[in-house]
Design a protein. Structure first.
Lengths: 267, 267
């Protein structure tokens, strides 16, 4: 039994240390991010950030849209099958609209971006670590945080909320298509109902969540890459860990945010 | 006054002492070769001199500044006067050779693009790669990568050139070409070079002074003649290439014979 507590304690300390490192890295990146901003920063960093935005955002657009469409259909169909029994089929519109704006849009986007870009960050930085490119950057008087992490973080902060909006729109559109085929409700009317069911607080909640998810994905991916020790096999491990840890932390953060918004909403 | 001065340097990894109170001076305009077997502490000393790690105790003065205690801004300033070619070359795989060399010029100088292009071409010409600037590192041979790394190290016209195992893993002809290149750089640019190697022919061809490391301590420092005349048993063993624990073939043969006859595994 004492052994079990020992293991649990060790693992807890290990995870706390990990979160501490994430926070230190976040702080360093925030300090270096000024150099990645347009006009006031270094134009090379800004170009790198734009390139990353295209990779994180534009390249992921079809995948996120398809994922949201499928999820929108599933949510609408599952909701309809239950709500129909109570004669409350029209609440499917609220379910899909509020669900995607507050919750599913940011969450589905975060899972997709974590799998695509979080793992890519870990692989890129991990490979650079193994091939001494990070050391080369340092001895060439570059700050790896400013050079590598800041553009990635800035790009994630822009791309993930944009993708979340796209995911929300496609998810809601899927709900509209379901309503059209099942009840012949016109899409224009459907979107009018959607606009009446969403309030600013829902949009803000989704936006804040997507910013938090972007922070988690970018920093877990980069930290896993920077933690690589040894050879190429360690890069593979770090890539897997980047996806596992960022997905886990995204869900935990989502639960925390939802709890906070739930109690704020009740107050 | 020496250009690089290492004073009482102590480095430990997990309580294991890797460098033990090491003292070393590197004079301006000389090629100093750091010689030693595997695990003698050569690479550790190099990482310390490059400011990539912090020592447990001691100081490293480069151009009069103690890099173990100086600010990040001072460390960056010093790094701009030190060119480094890593053992693995550590070229940025995502950039062409030209861009690898131009990177520091674009970021650390206010030169116009046309001037940068000219400097890049000159650096590539110095190492005999003028026609390969558009290629990416993965398209180059091992020897070409090492030469490209030297060209990148020369980009900012450094006062000090640090070369980590420049001829390791190369065939004798390419290794000799690199040695000639190092000698040419010294003649042409009066550069101070620190070369880490365990290749004896290369060391004796290029060195003005040789420093021999053994078990984290400096065994001997001197000119080639002084090193050749030194009668320290460890130094003689290294120079004469005598194995430390030679395999005793007759004993091994009798052990194998007994194993075949009796199946007894223990000697």
């Amino acid at each position: 039994m004492s052994n079990l507590f020992e293991i649990a304690g060790r693992e807890t300390l290990h995870e706390l240390e990990y979160v501490g490192k994430l926070n230190i890295q976040l702080w360093d990146t925030l300090r270096g991010m000024r150099r990645a901003l347009p006009l006031i920063g270094n134009r090379h960093r800004w170009h790198a950030a734009v390139q990353q935005m295209l990779e994180i955002g534009v390249d992921a657009l079809p995948m996120v849209a398809l994922l949201a469409m499928c999820s929108g259909f599933i949510l609408a169909m599952q909701g309809a099958s239950e709500l129909r029994r109570f004669g409350a089929l029209h609440f499917v519109i609220d379910l899909v609209a509020v669900g995607f704006t507050r919750e599913l849009g940011p969450l589905l986007t975060a899972i997709a971006v974590s799998g695509r870009s979080g793992s890519a960050f870990a692989a890129e930085i991990g490979t650079m670590k193994v091939t001494e490119e990070i050391d080369a950057l340092k001895v060439m008087a570059f700050d790896p945080v400013e050079f590598l992490l800041a553009p990635k973080y800035l790009a994630a902060l822009v791309a993930v909320p944009c993708l979340s909006i796209v995911a929300g729109l496609f998810g809601i559109l899927a709900g509209g298509l379901f309503m059209f085929f099942s009840t012949h409700l016109g899409l224009v009317l459907y979107f009018r109902y959607v606009l009446t069911s969403i309030v600013l607080r829902d949009v803000l909640a989704g936006f804040l969540k997507s910013l938090a998810f972007a922070t988690i994905i970018a920093h877990v991916g980069c930290l896993e890459g920077l933690r690589v020790r040894g050879g190429p096999e360690a890069v593979g491990h770090s890539t897997t860990m980047a996806v596992v840890r960022s997905t886990f932390l995204v869900v935990v953060a989502d639960a925390i945010f939802t709890t906070i918004f739930y109690f704020i909403g009740r107050a | 006054m020496p250009l690089i001065s290492v004073r009482d340097l102590v480095v430990e990894y997990d309580g294991r002492r890797v460098l033990d109170g090491l003292n070393l001076d590197i004079e301006a305009g000389e090629i100093t070769v750091l010689l030693g077997g595997s695990g003698s502490g050569k690479s550790t000393l190099l990482r310390q001199i490059l400011g990539l790690e912090r020592p447990k105790a001691g100081s490293i003065y480069i151009q009069g500044t103690d890099i173990t205690r100086c600010s990040q801004a001072d460390l960056k300033r010093i790094r701009r006067s030190v060119g480094v070619a890593f053992q693995s070359a550590a070229l940025f795989n995502s950039l062409s050779l030209e861009d690898n060399i131009a990177l520091t010029l674009r970021e650390h100088t206010a030169l116009t693009p046309s001037v940068i292009d000219l400097i890049v071409w000159m650096k590539l010409a110095v190492v005999g790669l003028a026609n390969f600037g558009k290629l990416h590192p993965q398209e180059l041979s091992g020897g070409m990568k090492k030469r490209a790394a030297v060209a990148r190290a020369l980009a900012l016209d450094p006062d000090i050139l640090v070369l980590d195992e420049p001829s390791a893993g190369l065939d004798p002809i390419v290794a000799a070409e690199l040695d000639e290149l190092i000698l040419f750089l010294k003649e042409a640019f009066q550069i101070t070079a620190l070369v880490v190697t365990h290749e004896l022919p290369s060391a004796f061809r290029i060195a003005d002074r040789i420093a021999m490391l053994f078990n984290g301590s400096l065994l001997a420092v001197g000119t080639k003649d002084e090193i050749c005349a030194n009668q320290h048993p460890r130094l003689r063993q290294f120079l004469n290439r005598v194995p430390e624990n030679p395999v005793h073939i007759p004993a091994l043969a009798s052990y194998l014979e007994r194993y075949v006859q009796t199946g007894e595994a223990k000697p």
